[in-house]
Design a protein around this ligand. Structure first.
Ligand SMILES: *[C@@H]1O[C@H](CO)[C@@H](O)[C@H](O)[C@H]1NC(C)=O
Ligand SMILES: *[C@@H]1O[C@H](CO)[C@@H](O)[C@H](O)[C@H]1NC(C)=O
Ligand SMILES: *[C@@H]1O[C@H](CO)[C@@H](O)[C@H](O)[C@H]1NC(C)=O
Length: 423
C-alpha cells in the first residue's frame, strides 16, 4: 500500500512538471493521438433526459429527492432537464459536429425497469436506448454505457433501502443482464458505476444527495449514521460491481466482445505542511477517497488505513468474495476535478472535512493564503491544472462566454500532457 502510494505520488509530481512545461506548448494536433484514441463527451441520464413520466418510466430516487423542500437550492429538478429523451438526434448531430468519436451516457434504471426486479421490463425504454445507440453508431460515435450513475428505481429505496441492503446485488445483476441482452450486441464499453465513491459520500456521509441520510458532525439529516452507513453502502456497491463484472465475463464477453470497467472520482491530495503527520494525512485522504473502491477491486480488500481507523465499522469480505473481486476489470475510468491540501486532525484536532471526514483530515485549497491553482467557477475546484469550471454571472456577453479561451487553454494543456504520457 505504502509503496504503491509513493509510486502514485511520484507520478503526480512528474505530471506537475510536465504541465508547467506544456503551458509553453502552442497547439495540439489530432495526429499526436493514434486513430484508435477516443475523444468524447459524457452525460448522465437524470441530468439530461427529462421526460420523467414519459414512456412508462418509473420514479427514481432523484425524482423523489428533488421534490423534498430545501434539498435543491433553486428548487430545480430533472423533470425536463435538457429534454434529451426527445431531442437526442439533435444532440448526436452536435456531438458529430464537434468531431468526437465516443459518447459516455448512463441508462436510467427506472426507464428500463420501472419497479426494479419487482415489475415488467419496459419495452418503450428499451426502444429509446436502441434508437440512441443505433443513431450514435451511424455517426461513427462509440457508445460507452454506464449502468448506474446515482439513479435507481425509488421502489428499491422503499422496499429495502437500496444500497444499504445486500439485496440490491440481485436487483443490479438483473438490470445489468437486461442491458447486456438488449444492447450488448452493439455496446462494446460498459461501466458498472460512475463515481460510486461520490454517490455514497453524498448519499450517506453528508446527506446532500439521495437518499439524504447522515449524522453530525458531517451533516444535519433526520435519519442516517455517517460513521457506518457510507461503508455499508459502498460495500454493497462493490459487491454489486463484482457480481455484474462476473456475469459479463462468464456469459456475455466471449460472444459480444466488449469490455467492462468502473469509473471512480479521483481527487489528488498534497500535504499542507511538510511534516510527517500531514504526509500521512494525505495518504489517508487518498485511501478514504479512491483506494476505498479500487483496493478491493484490484487486491480483494480495503486499504489498511481504513481498517485501522474504522475497525468493525468497515464491513469485511468473505474469502469467496475476495476471489470474485480481484483483478476482474478490463479498464478503470478516472474522473478528476481538482487537488487539495490536507492537514492532519488526529494529533491536533481540527474541523473534519465533510468529504473524507472519517479519514480524520481537514482539506483546504489554500496554503499561506495562496490557492493551489487558478480559481474556477466552482468554489472548491482549482486548475492544478486538472479541473476546470467556468465562472458565471460576471456580466460577460454571450460572445465572451462562447470565446472560452480559458477552457480551450486548459483542454489544450491537458491533452498535450496526455499525448506526452502516451509517447
Ligand atoms: C438541523 O435541522 C433542523 C431541522 O431542519 C434545524 O432545526 C436545526 O437547527 C439544524 N441544526 C443544525 C446544527 O444546523
Ligand atoms: C520536506 O522536508 C524535507 C526535510 O525535512 C526536505 O528534504 C524536503 O525537500 C522538503 N520537501 C518540500 C517539498 O519542501
Ligand atoms: C477571445 O478572447 C481573447 C483573450 O481574451 C482575445 O484575445 C480574442 O480577441 C477574443 N476573440 C474574440 C473572437 O472575441
Amino acid at each position: 500500500m505504502r509503496e504503491r502510494e509513493m509510486n502514485i505520488k511520484k507520478k503526480g509530481a512528474l505530471s506537475l512538471t510536465f504541465i508547467a512545461l506544456l503551458v509553453m506548448v502552442e497547439g495540439i494536433e489530432r495526429a499526436q493521438f493514434s486513430s484508435s484514441f477516443l475523444f468524447g463527451t459524457s452525460t448522465s441520464s437524470y441530468q439530461i433526459e427529462g421526460a420523467v413520466s414519459d414512456g412508462n418510466r418509473g420514479p427514481s430516487n432523484w425524482d423523489i429527492f428533488t421534490q423534498l423542500p430545501g434539498k435543491i437550492k433553486d428548487n430545480s429538478n430533472g423533470d425536463i432537464a435538457d429534454n434529451h429523451y426527445n431531442l437526442y438526434e439533435e444532440d448526436i448531430e452536435l456531438m458529430h459536429s464537434l468531431g468526437v468519436n465516443s459518447y459516455r451516457f448512463s441508462i436510467s434504471w427506472s426507464r428500463i425497469l420501472p419497479r426494479g426486479q419487482f415489475g415488467e421490463i419496459n419495452q418503450v425504454g428499451i426502444a429509446f436506448y436502441n434508437n440512441l445507440i443505433d443513431s450514435l453508431l451511424l455517426k461513427g460515435i462509440q457508445p460507452f454505457v454506464t449502468l448506474n450513475h446515482f439513479d435507481i428505481p425509488q421502489e428499491l429505496e422503499e422496499r429495502y433501502r437500496a444500497w444499504l441492503s445486500p439485496e440490491i446485488q440481485q436487483d443490479f445483476a438483473y438490470f445489468a443482464k437486461v442491458c447486456f441482452d438488449e444492447f450488448g450486441d452493439r455496446v462494446k464499453y460498459w461501466t458498472t458505476f460512475n463515481e460510486p465513491n461520490l454517490m455514497v459520500i453524498h448519499g450517506y456521509l453528508n446527506g446532500e444527495k439521495p437518499p439524504g441520510r447522515c449524522s453530525e458532525p458531517f451533516g444535519n439529516c433526520s435519519l442516517g449514521d455517517s460513521s457506518t452507513e457510507p461503508y455499508i453502502a459502498a460495500h454493497n456497491v462493490i459487491l454489486s460491481h463484482a457480481t455484474v463484472v462476473a456475469i459479463y465475463k462468464n456469459n456475455y464477453q466471449a460472444k459480444q466482445g466488449g469490455s467492462i470497467g468502473i469509473v471512480i472520482m479521483t481527487a489528488w491530495y498534497e500535504p499542507l505542511r511538510n511534516i510527517t503527520v500531514d504526509i500521512l494525512a494525505a495518504q489517508r485522504a487518498l485511501s478514504f477517497g479512491t483506494a476505498w473502491f479500487l483496493d478491493p477491486i484490484f487486491y480483494g480488500d480495503y486499504p489498511t488505513e481504513m481498517r485501522q481507523i474504522l475497525a468493525s465499522r468497515l464491513p469485511t469480505f468473505t474469502a469467496e468474495e475476495k476471489v470474485k473481486l480481484r483483478n476482474q476489470v478490463d479498464f478503470i475510468g478516472i474522473n478528476h476535478y481538482s487537488s487539495h491540501y490536507v492537514k492532519d486532525c488526529i494529533f491536533s484536532p481540527c474541523d473534519l472535512d465533510d468529504l473524507s471526514g472519517n479519514a480524520l483530515v481537514f482539506t483546504t485549497s489554500l496554503r499561506n493564503g495562496v490557492p493551489i491553482g487558478a480559481p474556477t467557477g466552482m468554489p472548491t475546484m482549482y486548475v492544478v491544472p486538472y479541473g476546470y469550471g467556468q465562472p458565471r454571472n460576471n456580466g460577460e456577453s454571450l460572445n465572451d462566454l462562447i470565446n472560452d479561451t480559458k477552457r480551450v487553454e486548459f483542454l489544450k494543456n491537458y491533452l498535450s500532457f496526455v499525448a506526452t504520457a502516451i509517447r
